[in-house]
Design a protein around this ligand. Structure first.
Ligand code: FMN
Length: 165
């Protein structure tokens, strides 16, 4: 039996959504988008994003529609903000990542801070990721990230223990 994968992501400007859609079909995963009761628009949205990232805030998020406890792996993705994982994804990870036995991380970024964001996320989840994937936003939707994406998918699809093991 194949491992059941839940792919949860947050995206403010659409890059991570695009990556998550690509991963969804490659991983045959269920998809959960984190939504916020207070959407971020314009300059004030960007400033709030920066402020929350720097102070490691965990803003309110909407009720998710999937329970991570029903899956073998939770793949968490979002944009890097100020060298940290985007605050709505931090909120989700802190509350819900403990419900799934394994995690993997992916992000989109502008060239700096992905490893620090993953370290921060690993602490919130209380476990190290099975695999990670970093995609520079400039490479979307071009083909330059195909190989790293393929490696991430193969690792999660073929190297995870079968369900129940
Ligand atoms: C508030 C803010 C802070 C950002 N900080 C970083 C950063 O520290 N390092 C980086 O490489 N990119 C940074 N970026 C760029 C985003 O990570 C990148 O554009 C990402 O693909 C956006 O994802 P999204 O479209 O899914 O929201 C930042 C963008 C915003 C809006």
């Amino acid at each position: 039996m194949k491992p059941r994968i839940l792919l949860t992501y947050y995206s403010m400007t659409g890059h991570t959504r695009q990556l998550a859609e690509e991963l969804r079909s490659a991983l045959q995963a269920d998809l959960e988008e984190i939504r916020e009761p207070r959407p971020r628009h314009g300059l004030s949205g960007v400033l709030r994003a920066l402020f929350e990232a720097i102070l490691r805030r965990e803003p309110p998020i909407g009720m998710p529609s999937h329970d991570p406890a029903a899956y073998d792996l939770l793949a968490l993705g979002g944009p890097v903000w100020a060298g940290r994982m985007a605050s709505p994804l931090r909120s989700y990870a802190h509350r819900l990542a403990g419900r799934c036995p394994r995690v993997a991380f992916f992000c989109t970024e502008g060239g700096r801070g992905a490893q620090q964001a993953f370290d921060d996320l690993g602490e919130l989840c209380g476990k190290a990721p099975e695999a990670t994937l970093v995609v520079d936003a400039e490479h979307l939707p071009a083909d330059r990230h195909r190989e790293t994406l393929h490696r991430f998918v193969v690792k999660l699809r073929t190297e995870l223990p079968a369900p129940g093991q």
